[in-house]
Design a protein around this ligand. Structure first.
Ligand SMILES: [Zn+2]
Length: 140
């Protein structure tokens, strides 16, 4: 079983331009549909981690998505922080990204704020530039 990262969640909307949080009503950059309408296998790791934290199996999640009921799962609502991914995003070798994926996030949709110019904190995880087009679709 994969370990579940404990990440903060809050009900109130962070600053509009705060890219260090996501919600399940946002567009999943992997699919172009909301996270809450995405099968488990289509979720980026940070969203799949939240689903694991609900103790639903991937199959149970997929069944709820198919039935349109995933947004009602306890623990899914609100804003979820990406802060728990700090160690992972800062452990990458950004000078040698894998081929055929975004070199900033390695295809995970989360990257590190190398110089603090995006989030104000050096090394802070944030939604990658390659994923930000999806945010515009939900008015962020
Ligand atoms: Zn990227």
């Amino acid at each position: 079983m994969t370990a579940v990262l404990s990440v903060p969640v809050q009900d109130e909307r962070p600053d509009t331009d705060d890219l260090t949080w996501f919600r399940f009503g946002d567009i999943n950059p992997m699919t172009g549909a909301p996270y809450v309408a995405s099968r488990f296998a289509e979720l980026p790791a940070y969203a799949a981690n939240v689903v694991r934290g609900t103790r639903l199996s991937p199959e149970q999640w997929d069944a709820l998505v198919a039935a349109g009921g995933a947004s009602a799962v306890p623990g899914i609502g609100g804003w979820h922080a990406l802060a728990g991914w700090r160690a992972e995003v800062n452990s990458r070798d950004y000078d040698n990204p894998p081929a055929d994926v975004c070199g900033d996030c390695f295809g995970t949709c989360v990257t590190a704020d190398i110089d603090g110019s995006i989030t104000g904190t050096v090394g802070e995880p944030f939604l990658c530039f390659c994923a930000q087009g999806a945010l515009a679709q939900v008015g962020r």
